[in-house]
Design a protein around this ligand. Structure first.
Ligand SMILES: Nc1nc2c(c(=O)[nH]1)N[C@H]1C(S)=C(S)[C@@H](COP(=O)(O)O)O[C@H]1N2
Ligand SMILES: [Mo]
Length: 195
């Protein structure tokens, strides 16, 4: 699954993922195979991560410029909120995981799991293989407008349910249960995590 874009994306994102204090971190990724650029979760500062039961010794974190520096993809999908078709844009989940140093082929071979955590406490857990097959887009824009915090953003983990067999029989509103708005944290684990 690793592609030709992996190496430049990784360098670019890593270079731009310096903590100069000017850009808030939008996304933190921890777990097996992630190449960290920040230290352990500090329960006195990482308040929401701690409140939602997480802990880690190290993690990769990045701001908006790093996300926007990655190869961008688009997705045109009906969305359940207004039942209209919209154009979504952002990097693929796979691209972001590569930027965070994950060796995708190795993680797949080892049957790793992924957790997608939203700011409101909602989370989705599935095998990494499924998440990549679903081609999650870490959506930053809808119809050329940045997704706001307090709305669906700043990151919305969205997929196109249309080609996915396991979702095809569900009523439209039920097809988006695994699309996490307000995504701010991703965890990679070796086994199915505790729900
Ligand atoms: N962050 C977050 N994402 C979420 C949810 C949620 O409660 N919080 N609900 C999920 C479910 S079950 C569905 S059907 C769709 C739409 O739910 P919503 O109206 O709560 O956004 O978003 C999904 N993503
Ligand atoms: Mo739902």
């Amino acid at each position: 699954m690793a592609d030709a874009h992996a190496a430049p994306s990784r360098q670019q994102a890593a270079a731009r993922c310096t903590f100069d204090g000017l850009q808030p971190v939008l996304l933190t990724i921890s777990g097996l195979g992630i190449q960290p650029n920040r230290s352990a979760l500090d329960p006195k500062r990482d308040i929401m991560l701690a409140a939602q039961g997480y802990q880690f010794d190290a993690a990769w974190a990045c701001g908006r410029d790093a996300i926007n520096s990655l190869a961008q993809s688009t997705l045109s999908s009906r969305i359940e909120y207004d039942e209209q078709t919209h154009g979504l844009r952002g990097p693929l989940l796979e691209t972001v995981l590569q930027a965070a140093g994950l060796d995708i082929a190795k993680a797949l071979a080892e049957h790793h799991w992924i957790t997608l955590q939203g700011i409101d406490g909602y989370r989705v857990q599935m095998p990494l293989a499924q998440a990549l097959r679903w081609r999650y887009l870490l959506t930053t824009q809808m119809d050329e407008q940045a997704l706001p915090l307090g709305g669906l953003g700043p990151l919305w983990a969205m997929y196109d349910p249309q080609p996915l067999n396991e979702l095809a029989d569900l009523p439209e509103k039920k097809r988006f249960a695994q699309a996490v708005w307000g995504l701010y944290y991703i965890q990679i684990s070796g086994d199915q995590p505790k729900a």
